[in-house]
Ligand binder design. Structure first.
Ligand code: FMN
Length: 165
């Protein structure tokens, strides 16, 4: 049944200013429990991001990034350090499996710039994208964008890990 333990770990990071990305992150970590996976929602400011590539169970782990964009395509305050560190380019994400859900608003010039950046940059730094970038648009229906991404995401994760959906 769905409550059996799979030994898979999901950590969901949120770059959030007014709480939406954090809420999505919390929902995804709760979802994980329903699939028998460990789930944890985390503030990148309070997590040693360099730990990610050193996780002992890296092949059984997945990092999800719910990233909002502000200003001129800028990160949120709580993801600024993470962003700066990614830009420096000496981080190594080899072996890290990930996916990104971007939160933004298409009326801005730099639509979902932060989500797009993280999605692209992690791949450049050696991480393995296991599901396509989700684009959430606050000008349309952000909740619907999130729900439809999430509905496709979970079966893909289960298939990737070889666990029952
Ligand atoms: N969305 C974009 O795609 N690009 C932007 O440059 C951008 N700038 C914003 C600036 C302000 C002042 C505000 C209020 C929103 C902006 N947005 C932009 C939209 C937010 O990213 C979107 O509302 C998101 O859902 C907020 O997530 P949060 O509640 O987790 O902070």
């Amino acid at each position: 049944d769905k409550m059996k333990k799979t030994g898979k770990n999901i950590v969901v990071f949120y770059g959030s200013q007014t709480g939406t990305a954090e809420e999505f992150s919390n929902r995804l970590s709760k979802d994980a429990h329903r699939y028998g996976m460990k789930g944890m929602s985390a503030d990148p400011e309070e997590y040693d991001m360099s730990e990610l590539s050193r996780l002992p169970e890296i092949e059984n782990s997945l990092a999800i990034f719910c990233m909002a964009t502000y200003g001129e395509g800028d990160p949120t305050d709580n993801s600024q350090d993470f962003y700066d560190w990614l830009q420096e380019g000496d981080a190594d994400f080899t072996g890290v499996k990930y996916t990104v859900f971007a939160l933004g608003n298409k009326t801005y010039e730099h639509y979902n710039a932060m989500g797009k950046y993280v999605d692209k940059r992690l791949a450049e730094l050696g991480a393995q994208r296991i599901f396509d970038l989700g684009m959430g648009d606050d000008d349309g229906n952000l909740e619907e964008d999130f729900v439809s991404w999430r509905e496709q995401f979970w079966p893909a994760v289960c298939e990737h890990f070889g666990v029952e959906a």
